[in-house]
Design a protein around this ligand. Structure first.
Ligand SMILES: Cc1cc2nc3c(=O)[nH]c(=O)nc-3n(C[C@H](O)[C@H](O)[C@H](O)COP(=O)(O)OP(=O)(O)OC[C@H]3O[C@@H](n4cnc5c(N)ncnc54)[C@H](O)[C@@H]3O)c2cc1C
Length: 477
C-alpha cells in the first residue's frame, strides 16, 4: 500500500457558513479559497491584476509537505500531469565547474513524509489551483484593486469606488500589500540583504547541447555554489524547459510580477566557461530583490476580523523550496479550523488560534531557508572551503554528499522529517481536539450553570495556545 498521504472522503463541513473576502488572488489566495469552499464557506477573491499577469513563468519546487495537501484535496492526477517527480540533487562549483557530488533522497525517508517532491512552474500551479477553486464554487474577480481596508466595518473599497463586505477579511496580497500595512499600522518593506534572485527559463533543446543531458532527464536539481553567487536549476514542462534561479548581487530593486528585464550574461560573468553559452540562450530574467522582514507579532487587526496569510504574513526569500508551501499550508490550516465554526462568536478565537499555530512553523522554516541561501552563496574563505571539502570527501566515498555536512546525518533526517513530514491539517485537527472542543464544552457548561448566553469567553484562548507544542523544526546547532 502506498505511504502517500491520502485522507480520503469529504472534509468536515461547517454548520455555520460565513463569507470570506480574500484580498489577493495569488497562490495563497487561491489555495485558501479552495480550502474554505471545501469546508462549506462562501468565498470571494479580489485580485487586482488580470489572470495572465497574476501568474509567473519561473520554477517552483513543491516539497512533500505541500504535495500531500494537494493530494488530500483530490488534485493528485492534475498535479502529476503538470509537475515532475524529483529525487536527485547535483552539486558543482560555480566558477570552476568542479563536480562536488550528488545527493539522492532516500526513498524510505521520502515515503515517511507521505508526500512527493515535485517540480513545476508558478503558472502550472496557479492554473491548477485556479481551476479547482473555481469549480469548487469560489468567486474570483480579476481587475479588482483593493485601495482601502476597513477591518472594523468588515469592508473593502475597490479602485472603482465599489464597497464590498464580508464576515472575515483575509489579507493574501503579498509582501508589499495593503493588508500587511493595515494590520501593522505602517508600511513594512524589510531591509535589503544585498542579494537578488534572477529567475529565468531556458529551453532544454539548448541545454542538451551544452550540459549533461541525463541530469535533466532524471529530473535532478542542479546546484552551483559560488563566491557570493549560486544557481539552482531544474527541469519543468515535461523536461522541455529548464527553470533557472540565479542568486547574485542586488541593485535593491525588482519583485515578482515585474517585466523580465535582465540579460543573464550581464550578471553571470564569473560562471565557468562550460555553462556560459547557456546564459546567452536564457530568456530575460525577472530580478527579485531579497529583503529581510522582521517577524510580525500580530497577523490579526486590532480593529476587526482581518487576518494575514502567505507572503503578507511572513515574506519568504524568493525561489526557496518552502515559500509556496507555507502559503498553501496557511490556507489548509485556516479552513480546517473554520470547518468547526458553528457561531459568529468563534471567529476571533479561531483567527488567534490560526496565528498561534502558524507563527512558530513559518518562523523556523523561513530561518532555515535564509540559511540555505547564505550557505549556497558563502564568500570564498574558510567556511566555504570546509563545505566543499566535506562534500568532496563524501563524493569520493560514493555516498550522499549532504549527509556528510557537519558529520551529522541524524540532523538532516530530523529536518526532513519535521519540515517535509509535517502535516498541517493534522496539526489543525489536533488543535481542535486538544483546545477547541475543550473550550466549547467549557462555554456550554458555563451557560448551563449560570443561565447566561454564550457571549462571554470563559477561557483566554491565546494563553491556552501558548502551551501547545507545535512540531516545528528548530535550527539550533
Ligand atoms: C506575478 C507573480 C509571479 C511569481 N512567480 C514566481 C515564480 O516563478 N517562482 C516562485 O518561486 N515564486 C513566484 N512568485 C512568488 C510566490 O507566489 C510566493 O512566493 C508564494 O507562493 C506565496 O504567494 P502569496 O500568494 O502569499 O503572495 P503573492 O504571490 O505576492 O500574491 C499576492 C497577490 O495579491 C495581489 N494583490 C496585491 N495587492 C492587491 C490589492 N490591493 N488588491 C487586490 N489584489 C492585490 C497581487 O497582484 C498578487 O497576485 C510569484 C508571485 C507573483 C505575484
Amino acid at each position: 500500500m502506498s505511504a502517500e498521504s491520502s485522507k480520503s472522503g469529504p472534509p468536515l463541513k461547517t454548520s455555520h457558513p460565513v463569507t470570506f473576502l480574500i484580498i489577493g488572488g495569488g497562490i495563497a489566495g487561491l489555495s485558501t479559497a479552495l480550502a474554505l469552499r471545501r469546508v462549506g464557506h462562501h468565498v470571494l477573491v479580489l485580485e487586482r491584476k488580470n489572470r495572465d499577469a497574476a501568474r509567473g513563468s519561473g520554477g517552483i519546487r513543491l516539497p512533500p509537505n505541500l504535495t500531500k495537501i494537494l493530494f488530500h484535496w483530490g488534485l493528485k492526477p492534475a498535479l502529476m500531469q503538470r509537475a515532475l517527480v524529483t529525487h536527485t540533487m547535483l552539486f558543482i562549483r560555480y566558477e570552476s565547474g568542479e563536480d562536488l557530488g550528488e545527493h539522492v533522497w532516500d526513498k524510505g525517508m521520502l515515503k515517511e513524509t507521505r508526500g512527493i517532491y515535485m517540480l513545476c512552474t508558478h503558472d502550472d500551479l496557479y492554473d491548477l489551483l485556479y481551476e479547482a477553486a473555481q469549480s469548487s464554487g469560489a468567486r474570483i474577480r480579476y481587475g479588482a484593486n483593493v485601495v482601502n481596508i476597513d477591518a472594523e466595518a468588515q469592508e473593502v473599497t475597490l479602485e472603482s469606488g465599489e464597497k464590498i463586505s464580508g464576515d472575515v477579511l483575509v489579507g493574501a496580497d503579498g509582501e508589499f500589500g495593503l493588508s500587511r500595512s493595515t494590520v501593522i499600522g505602517q508600511d513594512a518593506f524589510g531591509t535589503p540583504t544585498g542579494l537578488a534572485l534572477y529567475d529565468t527559463i531556458i529551453s532544454t533543446a539548448h541545454v542538451t547541447k551544452h550540459a549533461n543531458a541525463s541530469t535533466w532527464k532524471d529530473h535532478g536539481i542542479f546546484t552551483a555554489f559560488g563566491n557570493g553567487r549560486a544557481i539552482v536549476a531544474y527541469p519543468v514542462h515535461g523536461t522541455d524547459n529548464l527553470a533557472m534561479q540565479f542568486y547574485g548581487p542586488d541593485s535593491n530593486e525588482g519583485k515578482y510580477g515585474d517585466e523580465p528585464s535582465v540579460d543573464m550574461p550581464t550578471v553571470t560573468a564569473q560562471l565557468c566557461d562550460h555553462f556560459q553559452p547557456l546564459m546567452k540562450l536564457a530568456r530575460k530574467a525577472v530580478r527579485v530583490s531579497i529583503r529581510d522582514h522582521g517577524d510580525l507579532d500580530e497577523w490579526i487587526s486590532d480593529d476587526g476580523p482581518l487576518v494575514l496569510i502567505g507572503e503578507a504574513a511572513h515574506p519568504f526569500p524568493p525561489g526557496t523550496i518552502q515559500a509556496t508551501a507555507m502559503a498553501v499550508e496557511d490556507g489548509a490550516v485556516l479552513a480546517r479550523m473554520f470547518s468547526h465554526l458553528s457561531e459568529d462568536r468563534q471567529i476571533d478565537s479561531f483567527l488567534y488560534a490560526f496565528q498561534e499555530l502558524r507563527q512558530p512553523r513559518t518562523r523556523s522554516v523561513r530561518a532555515g531557508e535564509f540559511g540555505n541561501i547564505f550557505y549556497m552563496t558563502l564568500e570564498d574563505g574558510e567556511d566555504s572551503r570546509q563545505r566543499d571539502k566535506s562534500m568532496r570527501a563524501m563524493a569520493a566515498k560514493g555516498t550522499n554528499v549532504l549527509e556528510g555536512l557537519n558529520g551529522d546525518v541524524s540532523r538532516l533526517w530530523d529536518e526532513i522529517r519535521t519540515i517535509f513530514g509535517y502535516d498541517c491539517e493534522d496539526e489543525a485537527d489536533d488543535w481542535w481536539m486538544q483546545w477547541g472542543m475543550l473550550r466549547e464544552r467549557a462555554l456550554e457548561r458555563n451557560s448551563m450553570n449560570a443561565g447566561t448566553t454564550l457571549g462571554t469567553p470563559l477561557l483566554d484562548f491565546s494563553s491556552m495556545m501558548s502551551s501547545v507544542q507545535v512540531s516545528d523544526v528548530t535550527h539550533e546547532a
